[in-house]
Write a protein that binds this ligand. Structure first.
Ligand code: SF4
Length: 689
């Protein structure tokens, strides 16, 4: 008799878009996954979810390292022993050095982060760190400083096309390999929308654009100032908006005078005539929508200021808060309890990176991961001696070989993981975790709903949920009460209490409970102002001024570039950008899934035919890419979609092809602490054994 199949609501968590899925379950196993959203049907990753959860080498049992770190020798141990060992490892460092000497660092998946954040603070450490230290939060800080708290997620306001939109300025977003919803931009031209694309690569969307501004990586700020020079010079700025709703416009006017298109051409390599044409197209076709990438403008030593210059184009042209422009979404009644125990941090010693990057650490309320290596090495202002890390991603760190050396100095490291990775290789204990199809997932704002995704199946082997692991540790560390003595239901009740919704309510309504959404009035700021200190858009940022930084969105040449370091550029003449998104992978994940690996079997460096010819490199050749930090191996992909003198490398490839081994970890953005992984000098040569 055929076995019965139950179809359950679920989500895909192969990236953070959490797209809705239908999960077919029979006999306690997932037998089929279907997308519940036709917009994502082309995404290859959701189709690989079963390959992921039933992967033959998925970690199923807690492991204890038996050989030296990096030896790859492991012994299976029971959960009680594993959790006791982790609790003892963390507690002994706490007893000897203080709780702040333990760093809590989390990467994917993102949804258990509030519980992990609480664990960090309950333990007594200020050092809650995440991969946000290099992710979209650079744009968050730039928007927060410029437009105020409500606009912190401004990067999300530009992705679609409204019926009113007459022009789209897409800045550094590839669209095809980005979130599925962004693909609507491919139809821009058919919809009569003018399209300007800024990107060092001629991407699919750039090839369709009316104007493609192909800039040298890292010069976005100069290009934005050059466009402002044209807009203000032609009197096309929105006088009413800039007068009533901005601070610092006159200073900006003076600043942009220096950025004539001719001068900007010398900096960016974009022809002056094209800069003029693009600025006029954007300013004359209102309403216009500025579409930003989550990090292409901010992965530079001057990243936050670059991004501020870019987003100010929207204010300058009065495209804020108007239909068709950059508009905030509806106001929702979603309210939750913050479970982070953040109020305790004020009484703790300063967290990692908080002295050097006070703006980011205070406003984003995390410590800066890119400062961990310095503190391990210096022991100042106190030593770092242990790490507990869900999803420790070595490839995340610039100058990655340095962080491996430093992590190996720690007394104790424990990680949670699905598979062995370079991160497990430096660990003492590895805890296997349940996937998104095997655990509850609370989504407090999901397509207008509060939703509790039920586990479709039980975790395989002895995998446990992150919640079970953190609450199990909390109990052993003596603060189980702060984790509701292990009751996930009580934790969810606490989170949802301000909305008067309970775990049981959500359990009985798998479709979720609708949030009340109120449309935001056009030009909402006329009633509410902007949530900055001045109540206006701060072209001149009061926060930056308070911290002794340039309040204006000034441009600074990347510290490593042919212009700033001509001598170094003789040895390393190519400008390297990295991290363009690809469909097959999410950062460091999924290269072990054959159906995805087939799509991109090798790490490819995109190199212009001119540069390849000069080096006698042919497509498919193995090449060595080097910088002053080290060298890695990739395969050459010769393409005229990239400018001569520029190469593009994929990010987070493990081991021999880890691009961040080439990236400087000292010239960090002074506001965000981000690494300059999209503007570095390098050399590419044919690999010789
Ligand atoms: S975009 Fe693709 S990988 Fe990401 S959640 Fe949606 S279906 Fe999954």
């Amino acid at each position: 008799m055929a076995k019965s199949v139950e179809i359950k609501d679920g989500i895909c968590y192969m990236c953070t878009m959490t797209c809705p899925m239908k999960i077919h379950v029979s006999d306690g196993k997932v037998v089929k996954v279907e997308t519940a959203d036709p917009k994502v049907s082309h995404c290859p990753r959701w189709k690989a979810q079963m390959d992921f959860i039933y992967h033959p080498v998925r970690l199923l049992y807690p492991l204890k390292r038996t050989g030296k770190r990096g030896s790859g020798n492991w012994q299976r141990i029971p959960w009680d022993e594993a959790l006791d060992t982790v609790a003892d490892g963390l507690q002994s460092v706490k007893d000897k050095y203080g709780p702040e000497s333990v760093v809590f660092w989390i990467a994917y998946t993102k949804e258990p982060r509030p519980y992990f954040h609480r664990l960090t603070h309950a333990f007594g450490s200020p050092n809650y760190c995440t991969e946000s230290s290099n992710c979209f939060s650079g744009t968050w800080i730039a928007a927060n400083l410029t437009y105020g708290a409500e606009y912190s997620y401004m990067a999300g306001t530009g992705s679609g096309i409204d019926p009113e939109t007459r022009c789209k300025l897409i800045w550094g977003a590839a669209v095809i390999s980005s979130p599925p919803a962004w693909q609507v931009n491919l139809e821009a031209k058919e919809k009569g929308v003018k399209l300007v694309v800024v990107d060092p690569r001629r991407t699919t969307i750039a090839a369709k654009a009316d104007i493609h501004l192909q800039l040298r990586p890292g010069t976005d700020g100069a290009l934005a100032l050059g466009m402002m020079n044209v807009i203000i010079g032609e009197n096309l700025h929105d006088k009413d908006f800039t007068e009533k709703w901005t601070v610092g416009f006159n200073d900006l006017k003076k600043l942009v005078k220096e950025y004539t298109p001719e001068r900007v051409e010398k900096i960016t390599r974009v022809p002056a005539a094209k800069i003029r044409e693009a600025a006029l197209l954007y300013a004359r076709n209102k309403p216009a929508k500025l579409h930003m990438s989550s990090n292409s403008t901010t992965h530079h030593a001057n990243g936050v200021q670059n991004h501020r210059a870019v987003i100010l184009l929207a204010a300058l042209t009065g495209n804020i808060g108007v239909p068709g422009g950059n508009t905030l979404g509806p106001i929702s009644n979603a309210k939750t309890n913050d479970i982070t125990l953040h109020e305790r941090v004020a009484k703790m010693p300063p967290g990692v990176g908080s002295k050097r990057f006070p703006i980011w650490t205070k406003r984003y309320r995390e410590m800066q991961s890119n400062a961990i290596a310095d503190q391990i090495e210096s022991g100042q202002p106190y030593p770092i001696k242990a790490l507990f890390s869900p999803g420790l991603d070595i490839q995340f760190f610039a100058n990655s070989r340095r962080i491996v050396k430093d992590l190996n100095k720690l007394d104790f490291i424990a990680v949670t993981e699905y598979f062995h990775t370079p991160g497990t290789q430096v660990s003492d204990i590895v805890l296997p975790i349940a996937s998104w199809l095997e655990r509850h997932i609370l989504l407090t704002e999901y397509f207008g709903n509060v939703k509790l995704i039920q586990p479709a199946v039980s975790p395989p082997g002895e995998c446990r949920t992150e919640w079970d692991i953190y609450s199990g540790l909390a109990k052993r560390l003596g603060f189980g009460d702060l984790f509701w003595n292990g009751s996930f239901e009580k934790c969810v009740d606490h989170i949802l209490e301000p909305m008067k919704i309970t775990f049981k309510d959500l359990e009985s309504k798998p479709e979720g409970i609708k949030l009340a959404l109120q449309p935001r009035p056009e030009k909402h700021y006329e009633k509410t102002g902007f949530k900055t200190a001045s109540g206006k858009v701060e072209i001149a940022s009061s926060v930056l001024a308070e911290h002794g930084l340039d309040p204006l969105p000034s441009y600074k040449e990347p510290p490593e570039s042919p212009l700033s370091q001509p001598e170094l550029a003789k040895k390393y003449p190519l400008v390297m950008t990295s991290g363009a998104r690809v469909m097959a992978y999410t950062h460091s994940q999924f290269r072990n899934i054959p159906r995805l690996r087939k799509m991109m079997p090798d790490p490819l460096v995109d190199i212009n035919p001119y540069d390849a010819n000069q080096r006698a490199i042919k497509t498919g050749d193995t090449v060595t890419v080097s910088s002053t930090r080290g060298s890695i191996k990739m395969k050459a992909n010769i393409t005229d979609t990239i400018l001569p003198g520029v190469v593009s490398l994929p990010h987070h490839w493990p081991n021999e092809a880890n691009v961040n081994e080439l990236v400087d970890d000292t010239t960090l953005d002074p506001i965000s602490g981000f690494i300059p992984c999209k503007s570095q000098l390098c050399q590419v040569v044919k690999h010789r054994n």
